[in-house]
Design a protein around this ligand. Structure first.
Ligand code: SOE
Length: 397
């Protein structure tokens, strides 16, 4: 890190520039403009295999330079942090090499495609931490103000002891059977389907809001459409397919019943086939004194029920989490104006930079990512064994 405009600079290399790369670029660009950060992030270099396409993306998204091989950025002195936005099968190799080269790492979720990869990444992160090099997993929904408020209320005991959790992530972008194949439907590249892509968020949100890990799970996986047109072009999640067809090798929907370490039961559901649900990451936490409910489709709202309220007027209170008293909100718009999908990514950059400047490991750490991976893996193994209960063995914290 070298001094720039009075603040030490943080040179960032981002690998990949599709949907997540665009969301991360927006965050790196915006965070220093709206938040007073202790380090000045610089969008130093974007990495993509196709030089021309990567250059066009860099120009559009605001990156200063382009490389076509991610290994090249590990050699560069002007890069302090590597931001990995590529499919899951590449995460372990890139993250471990970057940490070994002394670069901080931010990696998109799910952290890896297998528990073995995640274990190896967590070990690399531990070794790097001892050298002052840090790592974080991109579970951005933790950074939604309403989710932060939910965590604060649980921590403060407002709903009492957690009894039960209902966590769902519902989308419908694959419900159309003619939607073409993408890397997200290829087990080799993505590790799993709805389970890892969006179920991972439901697992992480449950962990974050309750402050607990999972003890075990019993699951069910379903693939509704086993074959789809091969994509001819793609933008974001949508593409056009040709006449050629190929196999879907991942789950379309994942269901689970689980227990937290306290014993509290959790129901999990992740599907990209829920017609009409566009990005419904929902969580309802029921405690001994009340309940909390959040749905990302109404991301500026947190619903709170307090059992001690007068019975005649009790009900879920709809809290608009848009006030300066709420986490992150003051940096944005006047009270009541609300935030969107991209703000979670911006807050992620803010939290990451603050942690790096203070020399502490940001959260969620690679150990947290490993635990999520273990839950996904246990659910998948359980599903393969007629939904048998599968204990989660966890040693790291
Ligand atoms: C696709 O289902 C997807 O883009 C996920 O990969 C992201 O993690 C989620 O934020 C939105 O949906």
């Amino acid at each position: 890190m070298s001094e720039q405009a009075g603040k030490p600079r943080l040179g960032v290399a981002m690998i990949g520039y599709a949907f997540m790369g665009r969301a991360h670029s927006q965050a790196w660009r915006t965070a220093p403009k709206f938040f007073d950060l202790p380090l000045a992030p610089e969008m130093t270099v974007l990495v993509g295999r196709n030089k021309q396409a990567a250059q066009a993306a860099a120009d559009q998204l605001g990156w200063s330079d382009v490389e076509t091989d991610w290994r090249a950025v590990l050699e560069r002195d002007d890069v302090d942090l590597v931001d990995i936005c590529t499919p899951g099968n590449t995460h372990a190799e890139i993250a471990e090499a970057a940490l070994a080269a002394g670069k901080h790492v931010l990696v998109e979720k799910p952290m890896a495609n297998t528990v073995a990869e995640a274990e190896s990444m967590a070990a690399a992160a531990r070794a790097a931490r001892a050298q002052g090099v840090h790592s974080m997993v991109g579970f951005t929904y933790r950074r939604v103000p309403a989710v932060q408020l939910a965590r604060q209320l649980v921590e403060a005991g407002r709903i009492g002891q957690v009894r039960q959790v209902r966590a769902q992530y519902l989308q419908d972008w694959l419900a159309d059977e003619t939607a073409p194949l993408s890397w997200r439907l290829d087990k080799e590249l993505a590790g799993s389907g709805a389970l890892g892509d969006i179920g991972a968020h439901a697992v992480d949100l449950t962990m974050f809001i309750t402050g607990q890990r999972f003890a075990g799970v019993s699951g069910l996986l379903e693939t509704f459409v086993p074959e789809r047109p091969v994509a001819e072009s793609f933008t974001g999640l949508h593409g056009t397919g040709g006449s050629q067809r190929g196999p879907v090798t991942v789950d379309d929907a994942a269901l689970g019943i689980a227990r937290l370490e306290s014993g509290a039961p959790v129901t999990l559901e992740a599907t990209r086939f829920a017609w009409g649900r566009k990005n419904a990451l929902r969580i309802e936490v029921t405690g001994t004194k009340g309940a909390l409910a959040f749905d990302f489709e109404e991301m500026n709202v947190l619903n709170l029920y307090e059992a001690a309220d007068d019975a005649a007027t009790s009900g879920f209170r709809r809290i608009l989490v848009t006030e300066p008293e709420h986490p992150y909100v003051e940096a944005w718009w006047p009270p009541g104006h609300g935030l969107g999908y991209e703000h979670g990514f911006t807050h992620q950059v803010v939290d990451l930079i603050n942690a790096l400047a203070e020399g502490r490991e940001p959260s969620p750490s690679f150990e947290d990512g490993l635990h999520v991976q273990r839950v996904l893996d246990a659910l998948e193994r359980s599903a393969g064994q007629e939904s048998r209960w599968t204990q989660i063995e966890d040693t790291e914290r």
